[in-house]
Design a protein around this ligand. Structure first.
Ligand code: URA
Length: 280
């Protein structure tokens, strides 16, 4: 009993400290991993009893070899599948169903929920963050954790609420332990966020944080360089061009409150542009 209690206490302490996933130290790029080891890898005798083999031969994970052409095709195929599923969707609901059917992004396997979007699908202002965190994964809604609560207050500061805007993320599945998504995970899912933008067709796009800005503006510049000015989100193939504003991520603002002032200026300009759009 005493042991059971101390195990529960330890587990509680882990959860309170933010340890909510069993993880390796670095992300596993499942687009890169080699084929599963075959059954021959663990020899057994005719009686089914394992022969005495050094355990290290099996405990060592297979070496990750440089990408081969076949592995590249598999990311390419994931993106192609994503593109055809996404483009066949003509409504947000169809897009949600298409995403739920997509198995090309390994994050789907570790996430609890598909976090699709929130707010009004006909909003003029669309916010796009990076990827869901723990609370978003639990509730299946974007920006509901501490960063999301700050985003709500930022919206309120310019007289808006969630139901006045549309909110989604580049990735619909939580990366384990909130790690930064890999380029392959983003590449596999890009067709969905592109279609998401086409279906909402907002007047203004707000790219929340560096990953969102880099991905959708196709730039390598950091958020400190992209924020503070009007940019364009362009999709020439769709004749789509939408004014875009990159802002500091609220999770960053929680850690660096001194930067809130800059973001306040960005928000005021977004509000002003929104009013101009409404007057047109
Ligand atoms: N951070 C994001 O970028 N998106 C969320 O939904 C939550 C936190």
């Amino acid at each position: 009993m005493v042991e059971e209690n101390s195990a529960t206490e330890l587990l509680k302490w882990y959860v309170e400290s933010g340890v909510d996933e069993a993880l390796e130290e670095s992300p596993v790029d499942r687009f890169k991993t080699t084929e599963k080891p075959s059954n021959q890898a663990r020899p057994s005798t005719a009686t089914g009893v394992e022969e005495s083999v050094s355990p290290s031969a099996f405990d060592t994970p297979p070496a990750i070899s440089p990408r081969t052409a076949t592995e590249l095709i598999s990311l390419d195929e994931a993106t192609k599948t994503a593109r055809s599923l996404a483009n066949a969707a003509n409504t947000l609901e169809e897009l949600r169903t298409a995403l739920a059917a997509f198995d090309g992004c390994p994050l789907k396997q570790t996430a609890k929920s598909l976090v699709f979007g929130d707010g009004s699908g006909s909003a003029q202002l669309m916010f796009i963050g990076e990827a869901p965190g723990a609370q978003e994964d639990r509730q299946g809604l974007p920006f509901v954790g501490p960063a999301g609560q700050l985003l709500d207050r930022m919206l309120a500061a310019i007289s808006l609420q969630r139901s006045d805007v549309y909110i989604t993320n580049i990735l619909p599945w939580r990366p384990p332990g909130n790690r930064t998504p890999t380029d392959s995970e983003i590449a596999a899912c890009i067709p969905f966020i592109e279609r998401h933008i086409e279906l909402v067709t907002p007047q203004i796009l707000v790219l929340v944080g560096g990953t969102s800005a880099k991905t959708l503006l196709g730039t390598t510049q950091g958020i400190m360089r992209t924020r503070g000015k009007w940019l364009e989100y362009n999709r020439e193939s769709m004749s789509l061009s939408i004014p875009a504003r990159a802002i500091l991520h609220p999770a960053y603002l929680l850690r660096s409150p001194a930067q809130k002032r800059e973001t306040w200026m960005d928000l005021l300009e977004i509000r002003q542009k929104l009013e101009q759009c409404a007057d047109r």
